[in-house]
Design a protein around this ligand. Sequence first.
Ligand code: FAD
Length: 375
Amino acid sequence: MVEVVVIGAGQAGLSAGWNLLRKGAAPGEDFVILDANEGPGGAWRHRWPSLTLGVAHGIHDLPGFPQSPADPSEPASSVVARYYGAYEAEFGLPVLRPWRVESVAEAPDGVRVRVTSAHAVTGEKRVDDARAVINATGTWDQPYWPYYPGSESFHNRQLHTRDFTDAADFVGQRVLVVGGGASAVQFLLPLADAGATTIWSTRRAPVFGRRVFDREWGRDVERAVEARTEQGLPTLPVVATTGLPLTPEYQRGIDAGILVSRGPLKRLTERGVVFAGVASDQAGDLMPAWSGGPVDVDVIVWATGFRPAIRHLAPLRLRTPEGGLKVHRTQLVNDPRIFVAGYGAGASTIGATRTGRQAAVAAWRFVADGSGVET
Ligand code: FAD
């Protein structure tokens, strides 16, 4: 029996752990951190090798332990795994792995929650009764594959962002990248550079923001996303709110026609896709008017994003009719025992650190006096 179970040891879960320590919570006795991964690094551990720190938009420092300078050409997966591992050791954080939480449900006394986990290697079960849960499970474990008519008949290769490893695997192939976010753009340029023929499909015309990505911009993004989670609406990717940053690299891609979309898909065929076409009233420079039609491709890369990994919370029936969680700051409005970090407006490395702190402070207050409502 513990006071707080933190689920997930990515940026958000580690930030929550550090802040619980700072509040005086005893590691292992008052709180544990259960993580499904084999080792440290959260989702970054799994990012494709060509995603270097120089290409990623940057990793924010965890509290109390800045990152050491790293080679910008080293894969972000190894840099971040090393950093998080050193962080866990430095502060003696009680991270237990590889434990995957299968469900969070009511405990018999009705005040506690029961967290049931399975060990990924031995299959052994672990049950923790806790007064509060900080859910910091990110999105990586919940890839989103959209359905199109004909999906089942497509015979060529298809993969999700989650499974992408290296652009060099696609030399000489016709590769369709589907999705309008940062991952799609981060795949298209190296694929084209590696000698693949690229085709880009987005549902709407891509938007490259000309605004400076400063603190004020960050606050605007957070306000927009927070307004959704306060109402219990499903989360949206940050790019849907901001557009993509127009870096010199992305401008090069636009000029070369690589970052120009053919518009939405209508269906899949055995060897390719059929585009829906782009009407002139939806068209723009980055998605010209086009009558659509079939195109054969060797590979489809579904860079269609992720959803919050919260299935294990299902027994508590927390979702709103709209399908989201109704969150005030980090606390669930319909179940004050549950806190979320890295969710919604917190789904960036800055946001994960910040919401990890907020969730820890509020959860620790909640276990002390039952309130925890953050103001
Ligand atoms: P994660 O790092 O995903 O950690 C969650 C942890 O929870 C994992 O260790 C996982 O194993 C564990 N877990 C999940 N489910 C369970 C379970 N049931 N039981 C136990 N453990 C579980 N943000 C930026 O700021 N800059 C970027 O450059 C950037 N690039 C990104 C690129 C991609 C492809 C993606 C998908 C996201 C990117 N993000 C970026 C946003 C990302 O949300 C943040 O980087 C942040 O690191 C997420 O931290 P987190 O702790 O919330 O989640």
